[in-house]
Design a protein around this ligand. Sequence first.
Ligand code: URA
Length: 192
Amino acid sequence: MASKKEEWKKLRESSAERFGEDSVFGEGSTGARIAIVGEAPGRQEVEQGRPFVGQAGKLLDELLEEAGIDRSKIYITNVVKVRPTKESGGRTSNRPPRAGEIREGLEILESELQLVGPSLLVLMGGVPAKALIKKSFTLSRERGEVLDSGIGIPALATYHPAYLLRQRGEDFEKTRKAVVEDLKTAQKHAGG
Ligand code: URA
């Protein structure tokens, strides 16, 4: 029987076949108790072929450390494996993923998360929360609560670090504190 790691490598290969060589699969411990799920990779993630390594990823690292979560012990991935881009004035920039891209991403994501089998999903921002908890999910009302996800693994959603990067002054501090608090709740729930 193939080991979990071998099955994970096969899934990563099938994701690359389906979504292309520029797609970014998840990474981390395949025995993780916590899996972080973001929205989609950005430019730096595509360049390095790893999730959450750009500016938002660096902030995520700080937040995880503050909450006492070791990045090497968790699993990190995204709903959408391909960077959603738009062109304007000769420039390429990020755009929110479309419903179809989210639907397609979920097909691989579900197998990926079932294989890792964490005890809790931490959903960064509205896109994964709406895709995995419920369409009507709102961060302002339901962040930090452990809820059922549609794939049988409990999930807690919090603000995305990219959203945090757009806050200034007191708003930044308040939101940052909320995210750290949510990550601590996740760690406690996951038995860490
Ligand atoms: N934002 C995400 O949602 N995921 C990444 O991997 C990077 C930025």
